[in-house]
Design a protein. Sequence first.
Length: 253
Amino acid sequence: MELTTLPLSSEQRESIDALGFVSLGRLLDDVQLASLRDRVQELIEEEGEQGGHELFNSNRVKHPKEAGADRLANLANKGAVFDILYTHPQLLSAIRQVLGPEIKLSSLNYRSARPGHGLQKLHADWPNAVEPGEFKVCNSIWLLDDFSAANGATRLVPKSHLCGETPEDAMDDPLQTHPDEIILEAPAGTVVVFNSHLWHGGTVNRSEAPRRAIHSYFCRRDQVTQTPQRELIRPETLDRISDQAKWLLDVSD
Ligand SMILES: O=C(O)CCC(=O)C(=O)O
């Protein structure tokens, strides 16, 4: 599929290839951020405990609920405000830099770490380490709040996507701090794309407010998606979105 993309700079390509992540900067303005936060809040109130129920693993088993985190999933069907989060031309270049041209959206989901919660094991979103060129999954995180070391920002271990091991193999306790980890500190509106084979995870939110973000998570086209988009696609979504978006959701024949 010929996608509308905006090329990465050579520094950005180098960053995602060598370090495993790249910041695309502040791609959302204050108006977009306010609309996203408002829509997310409405959905949290509507869905309550059901939030995130459209997320599955590759065997179509429901994704386990994470204590202390609010989740929403299937956002591609829950408002036009979310469309940009999986169709942005520069995002698509960064995802293709990792996965090659044959990509699709695996899930578009929201995660918020509540105050006092949010610590996750360092993990890769794939069960085993893979060789460069064989990467299957690639994530992006759209920050709805400023991220800081105090409020549960994501941690990343640069270059770990190339180390040939998973955190479970290499660490006694993946909940612990890794000596090489960095904390993703950036203003709200920023998007960071990271190779999902990179070791990463949430940290504890020590602030008084939730730490909110949306993950636009992609996989190679031959993989099983976290959200079964073909089953869940709504007529109003099909009426609204472009042919390119339908291809990315893999809902067109
Ligand atoms: O939201 C974050 O900081 C990271 C979330 C994550 O890696 C996950 O839920 O698998």
